[in-house]
Structure formats: C-alpha cells, structure tokens
Write a protein that binds this ligand. Sequence first.
Ligand code: FE
Length: 309
Amino acid sequence: MAMTGVLRPGHAQVRVLNLEESVRFYRDVLGLVETGRDAQGRVYFKCWDERDHHSYVIREADEAGIDFFGFKVLDKATLEQLDADLQAYGLTTTRIPAGDLLETGERVRFELPSGHLIELYAEKTAVGNGAGLVNPAPWTQAREHGIGPVRLDHTLLYGPNVAEVQKIFTEVLGFYLVERVLTPDGQGNAAIWLSCSHKVHDIAFAEYPEPGKLHHCSFLMESWEQVLRAGDIMSMNLVNVDIGPTRHGVTRGCTIYAWDPSGNRFETFMGGYQPYPDYEPITWTFDNFGQGLDYPQRKLHETFLTVVT
Ligand code: FE
C-alpha cells in the first residue's frame, strides 16, 4: 500500500464557552452529526461522510481555543513505531488510555515547540456514513442538514518555533512541505503548509509569539457552490464571518472563514490542487502575503494575523 504512517487528521477537541449554544451551532448551523456525549460532558460530532465515530469534540470551558489535534495512523505497529521515533528525536510522549475519548483506542500525545498538543492513534470505531458499504447511495439526509461539510480537512495553528515544528513533522512524522510564506527578511518561514497525503494540506502553522493558539479548523465542502451556500446559511443564522467567500492564493483553496459562538474560527473550504511528496514547495514572499491569503482582493486582512483563540 502506498499510503502508510500518518493517514489523516482524525479529530480536534475545541473549547467552547456555552455547551448547549455550541451544540446547536455545530449541529444545526454547521450541520455536523452528533455522535455521543461522555461522562466529562464532552459532545462528539462527525461530518456526514466520515466513517469513524467522531472528528470534532467540544468541551465547555472559560476560554475558547484548542485542547489537542489528533491524526489517525495506519495501525498499532505504526503507532508504536512513531512513538519510538518521537522519543528518539527527543520529544516526551504520554499515553492516553483507550476509551478516554469515546470509541477510540490508545493515543500517543506530545507537545510541539509551538505549544500545541498533537495526538496519534490507530483505532476508532467505524460507524460508517449511514449509506452502508454495499450498493451505497451517494449521500444521505445528514448532508442536507445545515452547511453539511464532508469531513474535517485540516487545521491552522499559531505559535512560536515553527521551524522546529516543521522538522518534527517532516523528519519524524513523514509529512512534506507544500507551501510557505517567508518572513519579511526572507530568512525564515512566517507560515507553513504540510501534507501527509495527496491533500494540499493536513496541518499548517504560522509563527506567533503566544503558544498553543488556534487559527481555524477547516471543513471540506464538495463544490464552490456548496461554499457559497455555506455563506448563505451563515448569513441566515447571523454567523460572524471573517473573510470570504474568496480563494486563497496559498493552496488555491476556495474559502470562507467565520467564527463559532465562542470566537473559534472555522473554515468552509473546497478545492486546491493535489500535490505529491516529490513536489518542490511553493514559496510566497511576505510582500505577496495578501495574495496568498485572498487572491482576488490581494488583501492581508488584519484579523488573519491577530485574531486567534
Ligand atoms: Fe484552512
């Protein structure tokens, strides 16, 4: 099999200020499927076309932001190998027992030099997308509720030491650099987009003085028309919209950035190209950051640089 190691983004756990208001938002406006609640009060969601039990978990807290972001790996042997590799690289890993997250196996957790907690896991119950595995319909009623994204696609995280983060993802976890924005002096990277797959990014980081910050979690839509429809639904529900609908120069993704009721930014996204690991990274100079962010408007929106949770 060509695809081994780290397979894909698997879950994000995000803090919200009011649980039930957030459940209504994520279930009825974003249109995720609620799949469970646990003894800690966490609420679990999946996108309609995802097959595993959940991809987005919310927890009530005094401050918004992200607790951790998890990647699914191929199997348990891969999990053991990557844990050993992370430790050999000099990182401290901890084990979270199976069942801590509902329907999820043991997780290997480590902290990045950017202050973010990243997890790897090999097992999560496959609940399916509701269409079955024999002669399936192309979609289910769940797609028709709210914005209805297909899957959790990627995250963009803000924190310090992005150069060290890049080394961990590329040298230990098997990711490759797809695109980057240079710092104003051209000597380093202000932001990086990394892939573990054929997707234009699975995770991205931007250099920022405060550690552990969330810029956005991104949800994949099937078409540009679906992104525009997402914008309609945002306006019907008076959602706070940040940028778009527009297209990023970086990744060529078509996008809307908006905020959940707690101020956590999320993205409805489609498109981009499909890179391979042998591709040379694409570089954006800092003076073209505006085109990188919003290609038609060529505007480096202030909120992109300053508003994080
Ligand atoms: Fe994004």
